[in-house]
Design a protein around this ligand. Structure first.
Ligand code: SF4
Length: 487
């Protein structure tokens, strides 16, 4: 590039100064300043509320996710889901712009509903909001009633909606609000006194692993328990490539969701991502409604299977007992490679709880635990898990900290491995620490969203991945004398 064309830098920074700062950001002094940072978040380990709401909407039969708000925001949720699953995320937005921000977004919503219904013929539209209409206080309920009264949508056309303001909470709150809205919309007034349809309502929570959904269904099948998996995205985001494009593959049948108050029992697999939904179920049905820890690790999976056994009066099947035995065998084979190894983990509270449990079972240390949005209750819950084991001693819980904080932490107080989403890859590179990709989003590896990490089989998958990554690291860093054929 000629000198005249070169971009003029606002401030000239000498190479020496760049080198000095590069070194300084790895120091204790910088770490202390970084941890004191409050006013800005850098590389958070969470997404915004509407993304969770969109995941729910994709999990129902024939349902079109409908964003009331900005086009750019809608593109973000869609592209995050598409990049993670490598599948199209069919959703629409009513594209509010400046005039909508000033006069309210009712016109946008009405035009959007009319067009979407004609063009994409969904069985249901699930509406949720970006920040802009939340800030100006758009009244979705009134807008939808007005749309019905104006004949834009039929009076009985299903349009559940959720307010998902992202200046409050994260994708797990959006997930919860939208799920409660969809299920309560479809099931209210469908409860039949004395009816028990014999099914289990199973709520996975914000789970972006299609393999996990299939694993839940397989476990229930092994038990012979008919399951109504709510917000089932397993087909939506993992449908076969057979030459036919389907706008709405899979999803929980609307009829099954409508019958959910007549279920034999309801189980949520994520405490923090389903609070409002569970509260609603508890208020509407006398059947058991329970929340279990995510079944990651042996103890959590045992608890899940025992709960199924208790609720449905069925023995744990021999096939699942055998799976447990194989997992325990595999853990015994691998424990020497993980024992006392330190890990940094990040993600949603329920994912963190599961991973803490698994690592402690392996005698490994969840050494830096980063939860980028949480409160005192979440902190207490996670700390109690760490306190249960001797391997939890000295492990640190970092609430409301982000991945730039984590970078400082591993630079000054290193770990042997990082476990979390793709967003941690910059830390892995800077700190030269192996990175096991798990959670959401995974944007830079293929097929991991299909590899389950719940249940005995899923725990086996995590174990294989973590232990082999540690062994790979030994091979990569050992000198010739210790470069062994067998490990
Ligand atoms: S945080 Fe708000 S403005 Fe940002 S993408 Fe999410 S909804 Fe849009």
């Amino acid at each position: 590039m000629s000198e005249e064309c070169a971009v003029k830098k606002v401030t000239d920074i000498t190479p020496e100064e760049v080198a000095r700062v590069e070194e300084w950001i790895n120091t204790e002094e910088y770490c202390e300043k970084n941890l004191a940072r409050e006013a800005v978040v850098i590389n958070p380990a969470h997404a915004c509320q509407p993304l969770g709401a969109e995941l729910v909407a994709h999990g129902f039969e024939g349902t079109l996710p409908f964003v009331h708000g900005s086009q750019g925001c809608a593109s973000y949720y869609r592209s995050a889901l598409t990049r993670h699953f490598r599948e199209p995320a069919a959703a629409v937005a009513d594209s509010m712009t400046e005039d909508g921000a000033v006069f309210g977004g009712q016109n946008n919503l009405h035009e959007g509903l009319e067009n979407a219904l004609k063009l994409y013929k969904p069985k249901m539209m699930a509406i949720f909001t970006s920040c802009m209409p939340e800030i100006i206080g758009d009244d979705l309920n009134a807008f939808i009633i007005n749309a019905r009264n104006a004949g834009i949508v039929p009076q009985d056309y299903p349009i559940p909606y959720a307010n998902t303001p992202s200046f409050n909470g994260t994708h797990i709150n959006g997930y919860d609000s939208m799920l409660k809205s969809v299920v309560s919309y479809l099931a209210t007034d469908k409860k039949v006194e004395g009816k028990d349809n014999g099914k289990l309502n199973l709520i996975p929570g914000f789970d972006a692993n299609t393999g996990n959904y299939r694993e839940y269904k397989r476990i229930c099948e092994e038990f012979g328990i008919p399951v109504n998996l709510l917000a089932d995205i397993s087909e939506t985001f993992d449908s076969p490539l057979d030459g036919t494009y389907r706008t709405y593959p899979g999803g929980t049948p609307l009829e099954d969701a409508a019958d959910s108050l007549n279920a034999h029992a309801t189980l949520s697999m994520q405490l923090h991502a389903t609070k409002e939904t569970i509260k609603w179920f508890k208020s509407e049905t006398e059947a058991p409604v329970e929340v279990m820890p995510s079944p990651i690790g042996v103890a959590n999976t045992d608890a899940f299977l025992m709960k199924l056994s208790e609720l449905f009066g069925k023995e744990v099947p021999a096939s699942l007992k055998a799976e447990r035995g194989r997992l325990v065998d595999a853990m015994t084979d691998a424990h020497q490679y993980l024992h006392n190894k330190k890990f940094a983990i990040w993600g949603d509270p329920d994912f963190l709880a599961g991973m803490i449990s698994f690592l402690l079972e392996m005698g490994a240390k969840p050494y830096h635990v980063i939860c980028s949005r949480g409160n005192k209750k979440v902190a207490k819950y996670l700390q109690a898990l760490l306190d249960e084991s001797v391997y939890g001693e000295g492990c640190k819980l970092w609430m409301n900290k982000d991945l730039w904080h984590l970078r400082s932490l591993v630079m000054t107080d290193p770990v042997d491995g990082l476990i979390g989403s793709t967003h941690g890859k910059f830390i892995a590179r800077d700190a030269n620490i192996p990175h096991i990709r798990l959670g959401f989003p995974i944007l830079d590896r293929v097929n991991l969203h299909r590899v389950p990490y719940i249940g005995y089989q899923g725990t086996m998958n995590i174990l294989t991945s973590v232990a082999n990554t540690m062994l790979e690291e030994v091979d990569r860093t050992s000198d010739d004398a210790f470069f062994e054929m067998m490990r």
